[in-house]
Design a protein around this ligand. Structure first.
Ligand SMILES: [Zn+2]
Length: 83
């Protein structure tokens, strides 16, 4: 599963559509194995459209110790605490 996220990241610039596919696969496998994506993984995809969030497709802001990530494709905003 981690390997798939690595692949998604590696393909983000050259083949964005492949990245989405890898994310989809990784999530599917995770569900089957009942493994939850790690914080790092969660940061890499949009919960709403399940697309891979490459630096070009997201907007990240840090506010009061909270990381705000906005997906540029569907506009979904996710927040997570930042250490
Ligand atoms: Zn999205």
């Amino acid at each position: 599963m981690e390997r798939l996220f690595e692949l998604a990241r590696a393909n983000a610039e050259t083949h964005p559509e492949r990245s989405d596919r890898y994310v989809e696969l990784a999530l599917k496998i995770g569900m089957r194995l009942r493994v939850r994506p790690t914080r790092e993984m969660k940061r890499m995809f949009c919960k709403s459209c399940r697309g891979f969030l490459s630096p070009a497709q997201r907007m990240v802001r840090l506010r009061d110790g909270v990381l705000v990530i906005r997906c540029m494709r569907c506009g979904h905003i996710s927040r997570m605490r930042y250490r």
